[in-house]
Design a protein around this ligand. Sequence first.
Ligand code: ZN
Ligand code: ZN
Length: 346
Amino acid sequence: MPSVRPKQAAACWLAELGNGDKFLFDIGSGCHERLAAQKIPYDYLNKVFIGHLHVDHMGDLPSLWLGGTVMNRLVPLRVWGPSGGTPELGTARSMELMKKMYAWDIGTRSGVIDFRGGALEVHEFPFDGVNEVIYDENGVVIRSIPAVHGLDGAVSFILEWNGLKFVYGSDTFPNKWYIEHAKGADIAIHECFLPATLLVTKQGFNPMEALMVGTQGHTSPEQFGKVMSLVKPRLAIGYHFYNDFDTEPEVRKRVRKTYDGPLDLALDYMVWNVTKDDIRVRMSAVDEEIWPSPALKKKIAPDTGSAIAFSPFTISGALGFPEVTGPIFDEINEMYGTDIEPIFKK
Ligand SMILES: [Zn+2]
Ligand SMILES: [Zn+2]
């Protein structure tokens, strides 16, 4: 964090509610692998809320969108994200361009697999809405508040369900909206960047860069602590720094200069079980040999007529090896009583 590394993917938070609803907040580079390790059928991972359009907060969206379809998601992917200072900088425009960027990928799937999960449903909302409702379904209400980060067009989210309140800052400099509207949170997540001293010594920043990035573009541990001392959540969670044995104590020490309440400094796969009486912290079990879960509903055979054909040129180079491929088709046809023929016959 903010750059992906083996120990830590970029920003992504999964909120699972007791009613079965699941919500993804940010979908940064590297997080798709972490999500896959949780063995959740992809039909459940179809609601994504993006706080801002930095690659460490949306880099794995194409992977979840198109990869998720191949991994048996049969429902549209629904994406919520803020407008920008101009229409060109908003989420809707970004999603339109993402579809164009992946035209070839989409082309290979048309008429080949059940591609219902390739549908993309985009909900852009005004970045300057203050505590405005952007989602209200099944007793779950999600609101957005403006964030101060990068450019106009960054937001934080507040999810409320069943008397519980979850606040996710995405990236933001300390701001009045977070302090006002995160009050009463059971879980309040806010960025907590590496101290400027470590940006110089461990990341090679010059002192000017370190101060600008670490305290003006982002939120330092001391600033994070100040925010949390004003919000007073049941649990404050800091994230967005390389969390190692030698950085964690330094970050914690600095947060403690300004905040003495309940605190976690997030690691990948950390899980919080939240009820009205208790917040339990644990680490999730990871299956490194994960395969996609089966589809939740019956797949529809694709309309092969809509497949895009190869040109005669490419076909002229294909070697069908019928003596090799034929027995593979025979094996499956005998097992399943089908009559499928290879495309490349010669
Ligand atoms: Zn970030
Ligand atoms: Zn950012």
